[in-house]
Ligand binder design. Structure first.
Ligand code: SAH
Ligand code: SF4
Ligand code: F3S
Length: 438
């Protein structure tokens, strides 16, 4: 038998790209490719890219530059660019970087096997279409690539058009997958040992898919998934405040498998900036929403994304953001300096001076970090569920995630990845918790 061909894949950006990369590995697996961690060994390199901020997309070009010597040493090496930069820039990537053999957008990677055959015959391939067929229906069956935890994309695309964001252009309109297919994919994963599934979508709570008795929202999908024996935990991300429907909030109170952690990005605490961002809700609406969610599930941990330095942001606007953060209290957050993206409405507006945006980012991050630490410290003494994902660095140690998504280290020599155990939290470190098994 010929030696298997080797695929090196690098993933940038969000969890949806992580999911897509796994599916690309599976698609190429059907062509006889196995993955490798070494570019030197690889017969094919795939870079699954992100376009969200300038820095993210520029990284592609520096990585491509670094691949040049490998291609010179091994002219048969095929280099492909997938993901959101591929979608946004298309064959421009090949013009700028002639070493690239393949450009494939997020909606057409199920065609990778035939693209590969064209490439192997010496051709170059560009496919950034939004084809009429459902790519998921054309992909091979899932493997459980990350042990007991898995992602499951249920919804793709975005119709929200926030003024700063490229996602509606790179990922297209909101589309939800049929519920029966999702349940089948979830069952298949559980049979392979998966115990926790995170449902993914650019606007996951805008999910409205066809179910056996009509339209299902995300809450119904969660409830049906929760009936699968052996599936112990369900999470979802990323949600938009305007799509938090009543039954989804209710599910946080009464569906025990739905974990008490919710990523609910607000971006800014200033009504003026929220309006300019086209977020279609104000700060009071966000406060009311948080109240309702906490009424359903009092111990839920909330996380958010923030952008500082959006065009027109004044000191007073920024103070409103700090105020919102203090009022809500987040367990975890991601914050970014605004990056003007070509083709988005906000990119036309005059920028906030870089120095000011840097200062604001620092101040914001200090506050968010303090809140993150406080949320971690508050877990000390509590009893939580932990799903072990892998062995820790110390002998006999396991690492897993708590219900609230904190990383937890436990010395538990007889345990295995996939065990879901009760743990008393005894200490809080900089980025993780420590505990003892009960
Ligand atoms: N669909 C999700 C977020 C997708 S992008 C949502 O609506 O919340 C992830 C995060 O990147 C966003 O929440 C935002 O905080 C950040 N982001 C998006 N575009 C950006 C830009 N142009 N500059 C800086 N940050 C940006
Ligand atoms: Fe981007 Fe806004 Fe859509 Fe999120 S909701 S993906 S930030 S346009
Ligand atoms: Fe980036 Fe595309 Fe995700 S732009 S954040 S990889 S949807």
């Amino acid at each position: 038998m010929a030696e298997a061909k080797k695929l090196f894949i690098k993933t940038y950006g969000c969890q949806m790209n992580v999911y897509d990369s796994e599916r690309m590995v599976e698609a190429m697996g059907a062509e006889g490719y196995v993955t490798t961690d070494s570019v030197e060994e690889a017969d094919m390199v795939l870079l699954n890219t992100c376009h969200i901020r300038e820095k993210a997309s520029e990284k592609l070009y520096s990585d491509l530059g670094r691949l040049r010597p490998f291609k010179e040493a091994k002219p048969d090496l095929k280099i492909g660019v997938a993901g959101c930069v591929a979608q946004a820039e298309g064959d421009e990537i090949m013009r700028r970087m002639p070493l690239v053999d393949l450009v494939v957008g997020p909606q057409s990677y199920h065609r990778l096997p035939e693209m590969n055959r064209k490439m192997q015959a010496g051709g170059k391939v560009v496919d950034t279409e939004f084809p009429p067929e459902d790519k998921f229906a054309h992909l091979p069956e899932r493997k459980a690539l990350r042990g007991p935890v898995a992602f499951l994309t249920v919804q793709e695309g975005c119709d929200k058009f926030c003024a700063f964001c490229v996602v509606p252009y790179t990922r297209g309109a909101e589309v939800s997958r049929a519920a029966a297919r999702l349940l089948a994919e979830a069952r298949g994963l559980v049979e392979k040992g998966v115990r926790e599934i995170t449902l993914l979508g650019q606007n996951v709570n805008a999910y409205h898919g066809t179910g056996e008795d009509g339209d299902w929202g995300l809450a119904r999908l969660v409830r049906e998934l929760a009936r699968i024996d052996g599936l112990e935990r369900i999470r979802y991300t990323t949600s938009h405040p305007n799509d938090m429907e009543d039954d989804l909030i209710a599910a946080h109170g009464d569906e025990g498998k739905l974990m008490p952690y919710l990523h609910l990005p607000v971006q800014s605490g200033s009504d003026r900036i929220l309006r300019a961002m086209n977020r279609k809700h104000g700060r009071d609406q966000y406060f009311r929403l948080v109240e309702r969610i906490r009424a359903a599930r009092p111990d839920i941990l909330l996380s958010s994304d923030f952008i500082v330095g959006f065009p027109g942001e004044t000191d007073a606007d920024f103070a409103d953001t700090l105020d919102l953060i203090r009022a809500v209290g987040f367990g975890q957050s991601y914050s970014f300096k605004y990056s003007a993206r070509p083709g988005t409405p906000a990119a036309e507006k005059p920028a906030v001076a870089a120095g000011i945006a840097d200062e604001r980012l620092q101040e914001l991050q200090a506050l968010l970090l303090a809140q993150q630490r406080a949320a971690q410290t508050a877990m000390v003494g509590r009893e939580v569920g932990v799903l072990y994902e892998k062995a820790g660095r110390m002998a006999g140690q396991m690492v897993g995630k708590s219900d609230h998504l904190h990383a937890v280290h436990v010395v538990d020599p007889d345990a295995r990845a996939g065990d879901l155990v009760r743990v008393r939290i005894t200490e809080s470190g900089p980025n993780s918790l420590g505990g003892v098994r009960l």
